[in-house]
Design a protein around this ligand. Structure first.
Ligand code: GLU
Length: 278
């Protein structure tokens, strides 16, 4: 871990705690988009997921941020305006034109693809559990009757309800709101993608208190959400994603952002081939 990682980790912890205490609202833009000949592009990211999408003052860090910046540059935009895109609001932000792209741990699903189009995938994660360090939970099979936390409008909430119909699930609009509830024992587990959970478990405030179980039960293929039917943009983004892998910047983004959390990327499924643009 280098000095920059340590700084990022420390400030991430402060921000996550702040969000957990105060809650957060989305900051929608005014609509209207930049073209592909310069101008600004509005990108929806998470603001409270260390290692993926994190806002700290005017600084944005994380794997999704690096992917968004790379793609925006390849598409010829001069600048990127980051807008908060909590899980339940991602389709609406795209449909209303408040953002041009969503790069926010956004799994490609058939249901979402009815409302938006996806470029990518650019990463494949898996759903897992974050529990207290001394918890006996070793996988989804141990969840019957347990109290769980997740987020509205996420595949995480949908998947776990299907896997364990008897689970007691509390849902918020962001995952960071679950953290203290699990750390202080009010809830048994937070469930979402292993990438997100690793970022939280590595925060100084939760080290030694929370652990990722390490037993995934879904495949989450992260796509870049765009306006439904914009095939030209989808193809341009896919070209940029292929270039990002080929020139080593994808791997650098993995190392920079997942390294500090000691998160091991599943190389059997990463980096993924992109889908055809629908
Ligand atoms: N990747 C999952 C999803 O898109 C869970 C993470 C999230 O909510 O951003 O629903």
């Amino acid at each position: 871990m280098n000095a920059r990682h340590i700084m990022a980790t420390v400030s991430a912890s402060v921000l996550v705690l702040g969000l957990a205490a105060c809650g957060s609202d989305s900051e929608g833009g005014d609509g209207g988009g930049g073209g592909e000949d310069g101008g600004a592009v509005k990108v929806g990211i998470k603001f409270d997921q260390p290692g993926l999408g994190l806002k700290d003052g005017d600084t944005y860090t994380g794997f999704d941020v690096d992917v968004a910046n790379y793609v925006a540059d390849e598409l010829g935009y001069d600048s990127v305006e980051f807008i908060q895109a909590p899980s339940p609001q991602r389709e609406t932000l795209l449909q209303s034109g408040q953002v041009d792209m969503v790069v926010a741990t956004y799994s490609i699903t058939d249901e979402r693809a009815e409302k938006v189009s996806f470029a990518g995938p650019y990463f494949v994660a898996g759903q897992d559990l974050l529990v207290a360090s001394d918890a006996k939970i070793t996988g989804v099979k141990d969840l019957e009757g347990k109290k769980l936390c997740s987020v509205k409008g996420s595949t995480s909430a949908d998947n776990v309800k299907k896997e364990v119909p008897g689970v007691q699930l509390q849902t918020f609009d962001t995952y960071s709101k679950c953290l203290d509830l699990v750390a202080n024992g009010q809830l048994d587990a937070l469930t979402t993608d292993n990438t997100i959970l690793a970022g939280y478990a590595a925060q100084p405030a939760y080290k030694g208190k929370l652990k990722v179980v390490g037993n995934t039960f879904s495949e989450e293929r992260y796509g870049i959400g765009i306006e439904k039917g914009d095939t030209a943009m989808c193809e341009d983004i896919n070209k940029a994603l292929t270039k990002m892998v080929d020139d080593g910047d994808w791997q650098k983004a993995v190392d920079d952002n997942f390294g500090p959390a000691d998160f091991t990327v599943d190389e059997e499924v990463n980096p993924p081939e992109h889908d055809e643009c629908a």
